[in-house]
Design a protein around this ligand. Structure first.
Ligand code: GTQ
Ligand code: FE2
Length: 371
């Protein structure tokens, strides 16, 4: 009986062929013929683990400063991290934008706003501020500056030197949700409203700005009212944690001082201090981009060794196992889409109890690609 019904007999073949042709004509796909694996046992991000070296990026950024002005239309002098797994998209990972932004002396980048939210982590330089909805936030190395979704923002370098910072945005995620809006400000620069760093002055309590480990409270749909987190505070918090533990790495997440939530509804930001030991591997749903603020070390991502030093940036795609090996003293900054995964009930974290087996060492464009 069942055999009769399941096996395609020669009498039904013309009818079946017609069915498939009519389905295709009707823009329908029968699930039983789809060969691409849809419900994979575990996440299969298209983005691959990758690292961009400061020694490669920095001279290119300097050439761009010499050759390319910052103007309306282009808006920013930004070198976006384009993950080689993403077929030419300018995205660091499926959900995250990461970039190196630079401004030469006395240059400004025009005011605009967009629904995607952004964070800046300052790598090098002085004399720059980002104005965020009228509040001029001064930027020094190691500082984190928030430009939440739909907040006006422009950047000004009033100093005599070049300035370099990391940009992290949720742009690919907002694109996937078909919710991108953009608007240029009517003026090139928005007016600065009163003294600089007003949000900082309104939130003097350093303790409320950080949480050891990771935020796991509910999503806060409003961004942090504090727009700038100083490296001196971050570093002091990491130093205190370091003194309390003998773990190889200590981490703090930057928090909304009012709610204790992640700094943006879509992005979590964290700082990590890595000593001479190694962490055990962990995998998490969601993507992450790491920035090496200072020092050197090695991270093993899905069995591949990534050796990094000051100014390098690397991507840990969703569900990739990652462990960090320190050589002494290194500070890392990271962004992730974790708040979104938590809000949707799809956040998972798995701690592995043994170091990964090393299968190779990342060597850049020539050998870094997945086979
Ligand atoms: O500085 O406003 O890396 O709008 C990408 C888009 C930075 C910015 C980026 C942006 C900005
Ligand atoms: Fe922007």
């Amino acid at each position: 009986m069942t055999i009769e019904r399941n096996v395609t007999s020669t009498d039904t073949e013309p009818e079946l062929d017609a069915l498939y042709a009519d389905l295709a004509a009707g823009e329908l796909q029968p699930l039983w013929t789809i060969t691409q694996e849809l419900l994979t046992p575990t996440p299969r991000p298209k983005a691959i683990p990758w690292l961009w070296r400061a020694s490669m990026m920095r001279p290119l950024a300097e050439r761009a400063i010499r050759l390319v002005p910052v103007e309306r239309g282009g808006e920013r002098r930004v070198l976006s991290l384009a993950n080689p797994g993403l077929n030419g998209l300018p995205h660091a990972a499926g959900t995250l934008w990461g970039a190196l932004q630079c401004l030469g002396p006395r240059e400004s980048a025009p005011a605009h706003r967009h629904s995607p939210g952004a964070i800046r982590f300052v790598m090098e330089g002085e004399g720059v501020w980002t104005t965020v909805n009228g509040d001029a936030c001064d930027m020094h190395p190691g500082d984190l500056v928030l430009t939440p979704g739909w907040y006006w923002h422009d950047h000004t370098n009033a100093g005599d030197g070049n300035m370099f910072w990391f940009d992290g945005l949720d742009l690919p995620m907002i694109q996937a949700l078909d919710a991108v809006f953009f608007e240029p400000h009517p003026e090139f620069q928005q007016a600065v409203d009163g003294p600089h760093n007003k949000s900082e002055a309104a939130h003097p309590d350093d303790a409320a700005k950080f949480l050891p480990g990771q935020v796991d409270t509910a999503l806060d749909p409003s961004p942090s009212p504090l727009l700038v987190y100083r490296w001196s505070d971050t570093s002091a918090r990491l130093a205190r944690l370091r003194a309390e533990t003998d773990e190889a790495m200590v981490s703090v997440e930057f928090t909304n001082p009012d709610s204790g939530a992640s700094v943006l509804p879509t992005l979590a930001c964290a700082a990590h201090r890595l000593g001479a030991g190694a962490t055990l591997p962990v995998r998490r749903t969601g993507n992450a981009v790491y920035v090496v603020f200072q020092g050197e070390g090695t991270s093993v991502i899905d069995g591949q060794r990534f050796e990094w030093r000051t100014g390098d940036m690397f991507v840990v795609p969703s569900w990739s196992a990652v462990e960090h090996h320190g050589t002494g003293d290194a500070d890392l900054f990271s962004i992730s889409d974790t708040p979104v995964l938590r809000a949707l009930g799809i956040h998972r974290e798995q701690h592995l109890d043994a170091p990964q087996r090393i299968t190779g060492t990342f060597a850049g464009a020539a050998e870094g690609a997945r086979p």
